[in-house]
Each structure stands twice: as C-alpha cells, then as structure tokens.
Design a protein around this ligand. Structure first.
Ligand code: ADP
Ligand code: F6P
Length: 319
C-alpha cells in the first residue's frame, strides 16, 4: 500500500504545472497519503532537495504560471548510477512512488526508474503538445492563447504599416502550436514540418496579396524549420511586401494558465493518485476524446502522433 508519494516537474516548464502539482498533492491527502515535492526535477532527487508538504503549500498556486517546485534539465539522468541515486534518495524518505510531470524526456526518466523497480506515474506537462498518448498536454492551451494574443497585436501594427509579419512559434518538432494558432489567427500562411510550402508558391501568394493592396499578411512558422529573419528579407526582395520577423520565444511558456489547462491538470493529477492507490504504476496518464486514459510508459513513448489532416485542410481552405 502506498503511504508516501513525491511529485516533480521536469523539462521545459508549462502553465498548468502548478495546477497538476496541486491536484496530485490534494488527491494524495484525500487518500491519507503523505505528499512530498522534489525541487528542480530529477536534479532534486540527486541533491536530496525533497520536502514534505501540506495542503497549505498548494494554496493560491492553481492560477500561477511556471512551476513553484522549479524545473531543470539533467542530461546525466540517462546514466543508471544517477537513476539509482534518485531511488536511494526517495527510499531514504520512505517515499513509495513518484509522479513526474513533463514531456517525453521526463517520461524516459520515469521509464528508467520503473525498470529499476520503482513505482512511477507520468503526467504530460509541456506547451508543445508533442505527446501521442494524450490529445492535449498541460500548458498547450495557455501557450496557444498567448500566441493568439501576440499575433492579434502584431496584426494591428502590420495593418497600420501594410507589412507582412513572419512569426516563429515554439513546439520543438511538433507543429501543433503553429497549426492551431494559424487557424485561430486566420494566418495567410502556416508553415510546419507537416505543412511545408514550396518557397516559390509562398512568394507568389504574398506578391499577389501585396499587389491587391492587402493591408497585412501573417505567416506563422514552427521553430527549427528556417531562419525567420533571413526568410523575411527574402520575402521583401521577392514580393515587394515590407516584411518583419518576430520570434515569440519563451513568453509562450509563461503566464496564467487558462481554465482549460487548470481543469486538464486537475483531472490528470487526481487520476495519477487513483492509479497509485490501486497499486497500478509504470504508466502515463492522458486525455483522449475528453476521457482520462492511461498507458504503460513504453507504449506511450512508442506511439506515433497523428498528422492532423483535418486541421491542415482547414489551413489551406480557409486562408
Ligand atoms: P521534456 O520532459 O519536456 O521532454 P527534456 O527532453 O529536457 O524535457 O527531458 C527532461 C529531463 O528528463 C532531462 O533533463 C533528463 O533529466 C530526463 N531524461 C531525458 N531523456 C532521458 C532518458 N533517455 N533517460 C533518462 N532520463 C532522461
Ligand atoms: O519543450 C518546451 C520548449 O519551450 C520547446 O517549445 C522549445 O523548443 C524548448 O522548450 C526551449 O527550451 P529552453 O528554454 O531550455 O531553450
């Protein structure tokens, strides 16, 4: 029977991580389980940065961006000696199970601990929406809304100056932030790994818009695909459209989580404890078709993300 659990956040922080931490702690308390927090992700397990917490710890954090228990990246955690040290730390505190909140890197760390026999559960916390075992990750909705807010503002000034704006959004190697914001912002062009557009076609379309005196053009691009500053110069040369580039960067990771992210985090956090109470471990929790689901970690890591063909069609049809 599980008596003590620990929770950590790892990898890039995401709005809603605090809501997930809160749900894990409060659900644990509701089941009579003692909750611990680990600061700085897996690093905190190596440094023994572990604290027993109570309900008060979770007050007024549901609406806070970032993660109050901090996050870190620890590449050395791939080494088994580090993983064993992490388990040693948890055993020293009498901790029976760990809930890790993060992306697929974090899931790989949990899988390693699971293979060494330590009970773990993973929750998807990343703005990237790049985890196949859930329809949406905690933080994606907030980041999407932040992007839309930024693009609305850029659109105002683009229209005033009759400019084209090339806007790079995050997502690591996943195009969802670009695809969803491209639709919500009615971007003239949206470029992602799954939706690459021939350069000449881009120039032809933008030139036609410019020649028709269109007040602005918004081009949304996923990170890691091209240099948006060079690309903006080329657009200007090839089309005559005065063009500026913006990299939205880490502002996409901050801010107050949306209600949707808070609710997602609360549902998944509670589900993690439900599994542990039933002695089910080595799994990750997610949301599919608005139902809470869970899968063995390895299966989740091997799942292929669907190409969102329906949304890609909308991008082309509605632009
Ligand atoms: P995310 O969890 O958002 O994908 P990272 O890829 O940076 O973020 O991974 C977070 C942390 O998970 C890493 O800093 C490392 O400590 C741990 N991790 C990543 N990959 C592995 C792995 N193959 N084995 C063990 N731990 C890993
Ligand atoms: O995984 C979240 C994320 O913000 C990605 O979208 C981005 O590629 C990466 O983290 C940036 O990480 P860092 O802030 O460590 O440079």
């Amino acid at each position: 029977m599980i008596k003590k659990i620990a929770v950590l956040t790892s990898g890039g922080d995401a709005p809603g991580m605090n809501a997930a931490v809160r749900a894990v702690i409060r659900s644990a308390l509701a089941h009579g389980i003692e909750p611990y927090v680990v600061y700085n992700g897996y690093k905190g397990l190596i440094d023994d940065d572990v604290q027993l917490v109570d309900k008060k710890f979770t007050q007024d954090i549901i609406n806070r961006g970032g993660t109050v228990i901090k996050s870190a990246r620890l590449p050395e955690f791939k080494e088994v000696e580090y993983q064993k040290k992490a388990i040693e730390t948890m055993k020293k505190h009498g901790i029976d199970a760990l809930v890790g909140i993060g992306g697929d890197g974090t899931y790989k760390g949990l899988l390693a601990l699971d293979k060494l026999g330590f009970p773990v559960i993973g929750l998807p916390g990343t703005i990237d929406n790049d985890i196949a075992s859930t329809d949406f990750t905690i933080g994606f909705d907030t980041a999407l809304n932040t992007i839309c807010d930024c693009v609305d503002k850029i659109k105002d000034t683009s229209s005033s100056h009759q400019r084209c704006s090339v806007i790079e959004v995050m997502g690591r190697y996943c195009g969802d932030l670009a695809i969803f914001s491209g639709i919500a912002e009615a971007a003239e062009l949206t470029i992602t790994a799954d939706h690459q557009i021939d350069e000449n076609l881009i120039f032809t379309k933008l030139k036609a818009m410019h020649d028709k005196d269109k007040s602005h053009a918004i081009v949304i691009v996923s990170e890691h695909l091209l240099d948006v500053f060079d690309f903006a110069k080329r657009i200007e040369q090839e089309t005559g459209f005065e063009t500026r580039a913006e990299v939205l960067g880490r502002l996409q990771r901050g801010g107050t989580p949306t209600a949707q992210d808070r609710i997602l985090a609360s549902r998944l956090g509670a589900a993690a404890i439900d599994l542990l109470v039933n002695d089910i471990t080595g799994r990750v929790v997610g949301m599919k078709k608005n139902m809470v689901v869970d899968y063995p970690i390895k299966q989740a890591l091997n799942m292929e993300r669907d190409v969102k063909k329906g949304l890609l069609r909308l991008i082309d049809m509605l632009a």
